[in-house]
Design a protein around this ligand. Structure first.
Ligand SMILES: [Zn+2]
Ligand SMILES: [Zn+2]
Length: 245
């Protein structure tokens, strides 16, 4: 059994024993909530990304129906992918969900993520028939963290949607420093040429591939991954994230 499956099975009961129904964002009791790990007050602070939204990154337009289809975050990005979607804005309680998943082995939050996916039909339908390709971590980084969060998210998306398959088509050749403190230009340079095609990868030209990452920030990482798939002959490349940073 893969380590991640074992951890998922272990962490959920432990959480229920030690933190019976407490909200992972505010610590209050979770009662009458649609979620297992967010109380009803915190769940009302979630910004799920229903349409209309930016066609490049999925950032919701909050009622702006007219005008450009690209948000201010994406004006400097020259996307090599056709379209992007995100499930929620990564702030407040949603930020706590990503933090628990990424830094605390909190795979149990994926149960709540599946509830969110069901609330955003356009996000769920986006994956129909697509092959999901997680953004890889460098092997050293994956050893440090213990898992690749993008792979864990991609597995969850495959379960919750009509995605056709999940394939690890990419590898990360370069151990990049953390991107959080870097400028947009520096981020772009940092990930440029960081990725390559996996040695056993087979790319089908007319197949839709959706690159999966935890958070959309500048789009540089996803763009670098898209460049590798394009080079390998893919013609339909999209991206999806859980959160928008
Ligand atoms: Zn709460
Ligand atoms: Zn955008």
């Amino acid at each position: 059994m893969p380590l991640i499956s074992i951890l998922t099975q272990l962490t959920q009961p432990l959480v229920e024993i030690f933190y019976p129904r407490s909200c992972l964002h505010c610590g209050d009791a979770v009662e009458h909530s649609d979620y297992q790990f967010l109380c009803s007050a915190c769940s009302r602070e979630l910004f799920l990304s229903n349409p209309p939204s930016c066609s490049t990154c999925g950032y919701p337009f909050f009622g702006m129906l007219a005008g450009p289809r690209v948000c201010p975050h994406c004006t400097e990005l020259d996307p090599l992918f056709e379209q992007g979607k995100t499930l929620f804005l990564a702030k407040g309680p949603a930020r706590s969900i990503i933090h628990a998943l990424k830094y605390q082995f909190g795979f149990y939050v994926l149960e709540d993520v599946k509830v969110m996916i069901a609330k955003v039909p356009s996000y769920k339908a986006y994956f129909d028939g697509a092959i999901l390709v997680p953004v890889p971590l460098h092997p050293t980084k994956e050893r440090e963290r213990g898992f690749n969060q993008s792979l864990v998210i991609a597995k969850s998306l495959k379960d919750a949607t009509m995605a056709k398959d999940l394939q690890n088509l990419l590898v990360r050749k370069v151990y990049t420093q953390t991107q959080t403190r870097l400028s947009r230009t520096a981020r772009h340079q940092n990930v440029k040429n960081a990725f390559a095609l996996a040695s056993d990868a087979v790319v089908i030209p007319n197949q839709t591939y959706i690159l999966i990452d935890d958070v959309f920030t500048t789009g540089s990482t996803l763009n670098s991954c898209a460049a590798v798939l394009l080079e390998a002959g893919a013609t339909q490349i999209k991206v999806a994230t859980l959160g928008h940073g």
